[in-house]
Design a protein around this ligand. Structure first.
Ligand SMILES: Nc1ncnc2c1ncn2[C@@H]1O[C@H](COP(=O)(O)OP(=O)(O)OP(=O)(O)O)[C@@H](O)[C@H]1O
Ligand SMILES: [Mg+2]
Length: 456
């Protein structure tokens, strides 16, 4: 009996993987030696995160049986994953105890198993297969959505299981940064690591980093120091532009009155009117919970009393009904319907009408002579809430309204109403007269060639 036990012992000791001294940089030691529910490493390029995570997992997987899931937001093919890096490290270290399959890696001795998955493709049933995971490694974690995290975190439920996160921060509000990295609890280790912390950092990368530091400190901070891209780079309209427009410079204008009407789409949104005369935005009126007829009645009273040259209204959703009523009441000459989603007047430059109108607001705010907005912090929040991006054709596009709503906690209704006042050029058919802040005449603005010109 004893003999056979001995034999087994002998056999298993023979099977033990050869001891190897794999060097792990100091900053990554906790991966191997400390237990934390979440290990969150972030920083710029070349910090050694991917290599250290791969090496540490391969090491741990040789010591005991582990089920390791290598995850990312999107994985169209195994080539997108860390599979290749793991294969390379296995080969570098000569880890013959690892067997490489087409879409998984196994340790022949400990039976450790690595699988590779994209989180976005996981439905509830699929994700269940991850319940037994000991270590989940989320690579490129800056792209992970809140939805994916909320599904994944409770799926990794085995006692003692860990989630390892490696991230190069992209934006101020990367979901995993907001949810995990920015406010670590006692079970979370957060560690920043940059190229200068990486003892294995190739000279080439160091040279690139230095060059970038000299040429573009802002890019250096993002690419090499792992700082998020400054939000202002994404913002269509900066706070300083809006604040400049708050400074009092004029209180009246003889430019024609243009009204923008943004009609609430959802319960909490507000129906907002914006009143603008050339370079002067006179103000806003906002209303909650109105039905079509009530909005139409308000608009009717406003048109009758204020006699605008034009009233632009959003006719996506409920607005179409209001438009019909106003048209039926004989205001067809004054009102114009606009779909935010429709193609821009200048299709080469703008993704859609919404981007075009909002960019008109930006240009209006940036142009001289200066413009005037009513000083109001909520308006400032509305106008600076919109982030821009560019589509494949390089056209300006705005971030989805839902995203803005999430951040702002409401729709930028008044910003939309102001943007609507720029839907189309409005022509002034009157005689030359004092414009804007009183320093400019019609002739100055429109060089006297044309009788009917854009008025802003
Ligand atoms: N243990 C190691 N042994 C040898 N070289 C290493 C090791 N760790 C890192 N390196 C070198 O450092 C470089 C950067 O490491 P790694 O790719 O892991 O960085 P990172 O933090 O993931 O950043 P990113 O992938 O965004 O550039 C690697 O390309 C490799 O040349
Ligand atoms: Mg990496």
């Amino acid at each position: 009996m004893n003999d056979s036990k001995n034999k087994i012992r002998k056999k298993s000791s023979k099977l033990k993987a050869p001891e190897l001294k794999i060097e792990i940089a100091e900053v990554f030691r906790p991966l191997l030696s400390e237990a934390h529910r979440i290990k969150f490493y972030y920083g710029g390029r070349g910090g050694g995160k991917s290599y250290a995570f791969a090496d540490s997992l391969l090491l741990l997987g040789r010591q005991r049986k582990l089920f390791i899931a290598c995850l990312r937001e999107i994985q169209d093919s195994i080539k997108d994953s860390v599979y290749k890096l793991l294969c390379d490290r296995i080969s570098t270290w000569g880890l013959n105890d690892y067997k490489i399959f087409e879409n998984k890696i196994e340790n022949t001795i400990t039976k450790t198993r690595f699988v590779f998955k994209g989180l976005r493709d996981q439905d509830v049933n699929n994700i269940k297969s991850l319940e037994g995971v000991d270590i989940a490694w989320i690579e490129e974690a800056q792209t992970i959505t809140k939805k994916s995290w909320n599904i994944l975190n409770p799926t990794i439920r085995k006692d003692g299981s860990e989630i390892w996160i490696s991230m190069n921060r992209e934006e101020e509000n990367d979901p995993l940064w907001v949810l995990v990295g920015s406010k670590p609890d006692e079970r979370t280790l957060v560690c920043k690591v940059n190229y200068y912390d990486n003892p294995f950092c190739p000279q080439e990368l160091k040279l690139q980093a230095e060059k970038c530091k000299q040429e573009s400190p802002e890019d250096y901070e993002h690419i090499w120091l792992g700082e998020p891209v400054r939000q202002s780079n994404y913002k269509l309209i900066s706070s300083s532009l809006v604040r400049d427009a708050f400074i009092l410079k004029m209180s009246s204008s003889t430019s024609p009155l243009v009204i923008g009407l943004d009609i609430a789409r959802f319960g909490d949104d507000k129906t907002s009117f914006c009143f603008r005369r050339g370079r002067l935005c006179l103000g806003f009126e906002s209303y909650s919970k109105l039905d079509n007829v009530e909005v139409a009645n308000l608009a009717t009273n406003i048109i009758r009393s204020q006699r605008p040259h034009r009233l632009f209204m959003d006719i996506g959703g409920q607005g179409a009904g209001v438009y019909d009523i106003l048209k039926d009441r004989g205001f067809g000459e004054i009102i114009r319907g606009v779909y935010f989603g429709e193609k821009a007047l200048n299709e080469e430059r703008y993704f859609n009408r919404r981007a075009e109108m909002w960019d008109e607001v930006r240009q209006w705010l940036s142009s001289k002579p200066e413009v005037q907005l009513p000083a109001d912090e909520e308006l400032l929040d509305d106008l600076t809430s919109v982030n821009k991006k560019y589509d494949r054709r390089g056209r300006l596009q705005l971030e989805e309204k839902d995203e803005i709503k999430k951040r702002l906690g409401r729709s930028p209704d008044r910003g939309d109403a102001l943007a609507l006042t720029f839907a189309e050029p409005v022509y002034d058919d009157g005689e030359p007269r004092i414009y804007g802040n009183g320093r400019l005449t019609y002739n100055d603005l429109f060089n006297n060639n044309s009788k009917r010109r854009i008025e802003w």
